[in-house]
Ligand binder design. Structure first.
Ligand code: ATP
Ligand code: HMH
Ligand code: MG
Length: 553
């Protein structure tokens, strides 16, 4: 549902007075300040895009846009590079005005080259005069001249919100912006800011060097910095003693809020501050109110730190975090190979119960016996137990490089990060499953007819399960299509096919002997799991299948 605030009262944004967010109607926030009213226009989001038609062309969609004015970090954990990645991860467009080029790595800062003030001004003009960013976020502003230039540009081209990360000293102790800029920060930039996000050292510097060690100190500092003029202050606690949680203190001129997350024990914290401020900016650009933007940003930093906890980049003390690791975990996953369908083991909770084994033990034994792919088909377990079992099986499958699919339950596949799903004709359509699971997960569809097989292809399935080839007790009221039906489905599709239904040691060769090139293997339930020893049965079936390929060749 789209809501538009048609008007943005822009020129008078930058006032130093407190504000109270008031929700006027869904999606439209009004912030009370010393001027009449200021609108942060909130818009509906679809696929992380704000549907904001450009005037005169209703078919075009403007994406939320953050302009970052910051320094380049050659190590790419902080600065401009962190801002670009954080905005990308949050689905927001990010343009860049570079104020300095730094030579940095995980050991520290080896050099700084400041971009001439008039060239910073030229970059600002290029972006602001044409591209209408919603929000400006600042990072390293290495000279008073650059601070003044920025303030001048913002007066000429006002934006909806200004996020100031008052970068001063790198974690390694290198000065990125010296004390000479403090006056221009206090007098010009901070009074224009919607939020300022100092870490402990920066908060201390802004207040003339007061020591800050505790959360109570952070509160006093937030209040004192608020008096300088920014509408909101977030004092970040990344540098609190490591024994303490990572607590940030937010002050909006009226109330204090503590944002607390457990401290993630990792050396990869370089760039957390830039990332936090960029994410706040990104959320504001999408239309969030300040408090929600800060909340989301804090959660995102925590998640990104946690994903990057163990990555090893560089030999120094403080590594970068990887903002897009979650995306990459799918991209880097071994791609689906049709050969995976060769010996496809499908679990069954009733059979496991009957033989007194857990799902995990059943899966372990099947893998050890040579199963090339596993599907968890658990019709009778509670969702929470299913999820736990899926996670446990996934660990085993990953170690052995065997894909794990979930039958029917897309929610369980998503929650466990399984490799994909297998769905039937009466489940969610495959194209909807694809939209939910993304491009990298495996989707298999049960098909009995060429029409269904064609639809599976159109819907973006990766393989077809076709059967029942023979009568089976595993599935009630399941029509048997026989070897002829299987062959018809195979010949009607480009997709790889796995045969299913009543297949075991005695008939696997007959199935594989059909000799259609896209028939990749057999899927079995009872022949493995309704037996005393899953391991032995899987081994035997593997031998039969190998034998059938020798005969075929
Ligand atoms: N180890 C950690 N675990 C969880 N959160 C952390 C950790 N370290 C920092 N944070 C969080 O990261 C955000 C950035 O805070 P921090 O104090 O590190 O900023 P910073 O010093 O400006 O960072 P940098 O200069 O490296 O970019 C805050 O929300 C803080 O609570
Ligand atoms: C360029 C740049 N900006 C900001 C920081 C603070 O993390 C850094 N280390 N380098
Ligand atoms: Mg910082």
């Amino acid at each position: 549902m789209a809501y538009f605030c048609s008007q943005v009262l822009s020129t008078s944004f930058f006032t130093p007075k407190p504000q109270i967010p008031v929700l006027l109607s869904p999606g439209v926030a009004c912030i009370k300040s010393s001027q009449p009213y200021r609108f942060l226009h909130l818009k509906a989001m679809q696929d992380n895009k704000v549907s904001m038609p450009t005037p005169g062309d209703e078919s075009k969609v403007r994406v939320p846009h953050v302009l970052t004015v910051a320094g380049s970090d050659s190590g790419a954990g902080a600065g401009i590079q962190a801002d670009l990645k954080a905005c990308a991860a949050r689905g927001v467009y990010c343009s860049t005005v570079i104020t300095a080029v730094t030579a940095q790595n995980t050991l520290g800062v080896q050099g700084v080259n400041i971009v001439p003030e008039d060239f910073v001004a030229e970059q600002l003009r290029s972006v602001l005069s044409d591209m209408s960013p919603n929000v400006v976020k600042t990072g390293m502003l290495p000279s008073t001249g650059i601070v003044k230039t920025l303030c001048q540009s913002l007066k000429e081209f006002p934006v909806q919100a200004l996020v100031v990360d008052p970068v001063m000293v790198s974690t390694s102790g290198h000065t990125l912006a010296g004390p000479s800029i403090l006056d221009s920060f206090r007098e010009e930039l901070l009074p224009m800011a919607d939020i300022v996000t100092p870490n402990l050292k920066e908060a201390s510097a802004l207040l003339g060097g007061v020591p800050l060690e505790t959360i109570a100190d952070m509160r006093s500092a937030a209040k004192a910095i608020h008096d300088i003029g920014p509408r909101n202050v977030l004092v970040k606690g990344g540098d609190l003693p490591v024994s303490l949680d990572a607590v940030d203190v937010f002050y909006d001129g009226e109330d204090f809020y503590e944002f607390r997350s457990s401290r993630i024990m990792t050396p990869n914290t370089h760039g957390t501050g830039c990332t936090l401020a960029s994410t706040v900016a990104a959320e504001l650009a999408k239309g969030s109110q300040m408090l929600s933007a800060v909340k989301v940003a804090k959660r995102y930093v925590e998640a990104a730190l946690s994903y990057s906890k163990n990555i090893a980049i560089g030999g120094g003390l403080q590594g970068p975090m990887d903002h897009l690791l979650k995306l990459k975990s799918n991209v880097l996953r071994r791609p689906f190979d049709p050969c995976d369908l060769f010996l496809y083991a499908v679990t069954d909770s009733r059979m496991n119960k009957k033989w007194g084994r857990s799902i995990v033990d059943a899966v372990k034994a099947a893998i050890e016996g040579g199963a090339s792919i596993i599907q968890l088909r658990e019709k009778e377990v509670e969702t929470s137990d299913f999820l736990e079992a899926a996670k446990a099986c996934l660990k085993i499958c990953r170690v052995h490089g065997v894909p794990l699919l979930i039958n029917d339950r897309i929610d369980v596949a998503l929650a466990s990060d399984a490799d994909g799903v297998h769905i039937g004709q009466s489940d969610m359509p495959a194209h909807v499953a694809r939209a939910l699971l993304g491009p990298d997960k495996i989707i298999g569809v049960s098909c009995k007819t060429p029409e269904q097989a064609q639809q599976a292809w159109i819907d973006g399935a990766d393989y077809i399960g076709s059967g029942g080839v023979y009568p089976t007790n595993t599935k009630e009221n399941n029509k048997t299509i026989g070897l002829d039906g299987l062959k018809t489905v195979c010949l009607s599709s480009k997709l790889p096919v796995v045969a299913i239904g009543g297949i075991g040691i005695s008939n696997a060769q007959a199935v594989m002997g059909l000799g259609v090139p896209n028939l990749e293997g057999v899927a079995v339930v009872s022949a493995l799991f309704d037996r005393e020893c899953v391991l032995t049965e899987t081994r035997k079936l593997l031998e039969v299948l190998k034998e059938s390929t020798k005969i075929a060749n």
